[in-house]
Design a protein around this ligand. Structure first.
Ligand code: ATP
Ligand code: MG
Length: 368
């Protein structure tokens, strides 16, 4: 099996607080990218309280992700629905029964794998509110994680909690099983309040002492973990001190650099258009919101295009495949730096899936 080449870009939209405008923005971002002639798949992973389908005006009963989880369909591609906009497709999250909103870990990996192989140039994942592990893991699977918040203290604090949760989850998913670094990350995660000392720099210091050969990987991950920030419902002309504070808090307390991609205007009339967001966007009333989304989409797509250029070459892919072929079941318990590097570049779900397909059944896979 060849690991999939990165020929598409995955965005995920999260942010901790409910009702800050994640789903409307997901639809708008998808519509704007689709307008440019790119194939876009929206994926509703707000399992339990999904509403992308309603925002897209889909009121009839359609196949949805619940059918995939219940194995009524084999592939997520089978339930990709057309929408009223050309090039814009959606996977509906409707129809969840209580208890299904929390899929088992292996199912989560399967969902992630299927999302990555959807036939689209851009995939936009709409996440639910909160900092549940599932939400953070789905956030971590994307190429660009987008944090959405409103310019108000509660929402901004939730956004900070979300960034922190996503960082720890990402660090754990790669290095959690490392015998020396795993315990350091866990001890950092337990720190709360004033004496909070966990930053990426602090972690790098610990790694320098305990496992110096791993330091470049930790530094690389620090550079890569750069969530994008979008502020919704910004009153015209408002100077958002809160946003500046949020960005510096993330640097100071976590060592994480956030990229502010732009603001969306407050357009109260949106409330009357919730059954047809694309219709709203392309109406006279939707113009200010649409213009802002177009600007943000341009900024979001630019680093993605640049990253695609420096993607693995065919020779590198062949080399990695040869390396992966040579791995045995002790893969996650050793301290070989290359192994951990592999975990970083090929997200853990891909590595685990690859190894399991080859009959490796290391217990570490099941404990994560
Ligand atoms: N730019 C905006 N201007 C005015 N109202 C807005 C704007 N964006 C969102 N809203 C309002 O906020 C409500 C919630 O929006 P949306 O469903 O996109 O939020 P959400 O973050 O996805 O919520 P949840 O966390 O529940 O999934 C909408 O019903 C709409 O009334
Ligand atoms: Mg939503």
């Amino acid at each position: 099996m060849k690991p999939a080449r990165k020929s598409k870009t995955i965005f995920s939209i999260g942010g901790g607080k409910g009702g800050v405008g994640k789903s409307i923005f997901s639809v708008a971002l998808g519509a704007v990218l689709a307008d440019e002639g790119r194939k876009v798949a929206l994926v509703d992973l707000d399992l339990g309280t999904a509403n992308l389908h309603t925002y897209l005006g889909i009121t009839r009963k359609t196949p949805a992700i619940a059918d995939f989880i219940l194995r009524k369909v084999d592939s997520l591609e089978d339930i990709l629905l057309e929408t009223s906009r050309k090039n814009l497709m959606v996977i509906s999250g409707a129809g969840f029964a209580p208890g299904m909103a929390n899929p088992a870990h292996w199912m989560k990996l399967k969902i992630m794998r299927h999302i990555k192989s959807l036939p689209a140039d851009f995939i936009v994942i709409d996440l639910g509110a909160g900092v549940h592990f599932n939400t953070l893991d789905f956030f971590g699977v994307s190429d660009t994680g987008i944090i959405m918040t409103a310019p108000e203290p509660g929402a901004v604090m939730n956004a900070y909690g979300f960034v922190k949760g996503a960082l720890f989850r990402r660090l754990r998913s790669v290095f959690g099983k490392h015998p020396l670094i795993g315990p350091v990350i866990d001890s950092g995660a337990k720190n709360t309040g004033e004496e909070e000392k966990f930053t990426l720099e602090w972690l790098a210091g610990q790694v320098r002492e305990k496992a110096p050969d791993m330091l470049p990987l930790i530094e690389e991950m620090g550079r890569e973990f750069r969530p994008a920030l979008i502020i919704n419902r910004v009153p015209e002309g408002q100077k958002h001190l809160l946003v500046k504070n949020f960005i510096s808090l993330c640097v100071k307390k976590l060592g994480v650099h956030i990229e502010h991609m732009g603001n969306l205007p407050d357009v109260p009339v949106i409330t009357h258009c919730l059954l047809n967001i694309p219709g709203f966007l392309y109406s006279r009333h939707g113009r200010p919101y649409l213009d802002a989304v177009r600007m943000i989409a341009g900024r979001l797509a630019a680093p993605a295009a640049a990253a695609a250029k420096t993607d693995f070459t065919d020779e590198e892919v062949e080399e990695i495949i040869r390396f992966m072929d040579g791995l045995d079941s002790s893969v996650f318990s050793g301290t070989n730096r290359d192994t951990w590097r592999l975990r970083m570049y090929f997200k853990p779900s891909e590595v685990v899936d690859f190894l399991m397909k080859r009959g490796v059944t290391h217990e570490a896979f099941h404990r994560r």
